[in-house]
Design a protein around this ligand. Structure first.
Ligand SMILES: Cc1cc2nc3c(=O)[nH]c(=O)nc-3n(C[C@H](O)[C@H](O)[C@H](O)COP(=O)(O)OP(=O)(O)OC[C@H]3O[C@@H](n4cnc5c(N)ncnc54)[C@H](O)[C@@H]3O)c2cc1C
Length: 311
């Protein structure tokens, strides 16, 4: 069961929470301690908030070295071990570290996010609580046409007049959905009856009128290995802008949390590039100035290689 507590958390409560100091012999990361409970704003009403974490870069190294019976060595050796583990897909040492986030996000983003099954999730219950009248409205610059080259993406920016008109429709539709929600519930956020002559419907039924751009919230806990998998898919240019902005904030938190792993992740995953065997042959043929039948390689991979290597 989820309660209304998160909504009652005022900034004052958060400030006093952040003042609490506990002593521990466990690994802590100063840069994360400095941002714990702080809300990082995402989109118009969303946020990411660090709730808890376990481990640091040295915990990964320690876990990896169990088999040798040795602990942390010099910084350079730790760094190169992390590089080695990441580049050779030795994933379990990264699974030893965990992070817990509080995220507020539009429902259509949550639907993409929840596909990552390797996290633990507890979502705000709209059966138990009433959702605030908050919905995502894209900024004008993000009002774009359907892409003509990628069925799953956006194309050109729409001219201002058209963008304003279309955005107005989204806003009106969202407001009208929330009005219906409120009418069906017949109660306000604190549970007071709105109209004594109206019979309120159960929250679990009234919510059916809510639009996909309404905001939901959850606690999301994941280990570092699976977090990197999530980030490699959702920080990618193929991911939808509205989830990418969340991945962007989480990547910054990761940078503070495990800087060596972050560096290796950028080097071997985000900024790295993998090729199919045919892609490799294509690249070899270019280096050796030999002919290559481009019908053998998929158009998508060909375009990706050409753009990566400025060919
Ligand atoms: C750009 C983009 C477009 C997408 N488009 C679509 C779409 O059109 N339709 C759609 O339905 N989805 C779509 N998805 C979702 C996608 O197919 C994955 O479901 C999602 O990215 C989660 O990935 P995952 O399963 O690897 O992650 P996780 O669920 O976090 O799993 C991580 C890894 O754990 C392993 N694993 C987890 N669970 C199992 C299991 N039960 N069995 C075996 N191995 C498991 C796998 O190795 C997996 O890669 C899209 C995703 C992206 C990034």
């Amino acid at each position: 069961m989820t309660t209304n507590k998160s909504k009652e958390d005022s900034e004052k409560d958060l400030k006093s929470l952040r003042k609490i100091r506990n002593t521990t012999s466990r690994a802590t990361v100063k840069k994360l301690e400095n941002i714990i409970y702080k809300k990082f704003k995402v989109l118009d009403h969303g946020f990411v908030r660090l709730i808890d974490y376990m481990g640091d870069d040295s915990s990964i190294v320690q876990a990896a070295r169990v088999s040798y019976g040795k602990g942390t060595k010099k910084i350079n050796e730790d760094k190169s071990l992390i590089n080695y583990l990441l580049s050779h897909r030795h994933s379990t040492p990264f699974e030893m570290n965990e992070i817990k986030l509080h995220v507020k996000l539009p429902i259509f983003v949550a639907r993409q996010w929840i596909r990552h099954r390797t996290a633990n999730v507890n979502e705000y219950s709209a059966r138990y609580s009433i959702l605030e009248k908050e919905f995502y409205i894209p900024e004008l610059k993000h009002m774009q046409t359907q892409s003509s080259v990628n069925n799953q993406g956006r194309g050109e920016k729409i001219d201002k007049e058209n963008a304003l008109e279309k955005r107005h429709i989204i806003k009106k539709h969202s407001e009208s959905s929330f009005e219906k929600y409120s009418y069906l519930l017949n109660e306000n956020l604190v549970g007071e009856t709105l109209d004594l002559n109206n019979i309120g419907l159960a929250r679990e039924l009234a919510r059916m009128t809510l639009p996909l751009n309404a905001y939901t919230q959850w606690y999301w806990k994941i280990d570092l290995h699976n977090l990197m998998h999530f980030l490699s898919l959702r920080f990618d240019q193929h991911a939808q802008y509205e989830i990418r902005v969340y991945a962007d904030v989480i990547l910054e938190i990761m940078k503070k949390w495990v800087p060596f792993t972050y560096e290796a992740f950028l080097k071997f995953r985000l900024d790295g590039f993998s090729l199919s065997s045919v892609g490799l042959e294509y690249l070899k043929s270019i280096l050796k100035n030999k002919k290559f039948d481009t019908k053998r390689i998929s158009k998508r991979e060909l375009n990706e290689i050409n753009s990566k290597f400025d060919l």
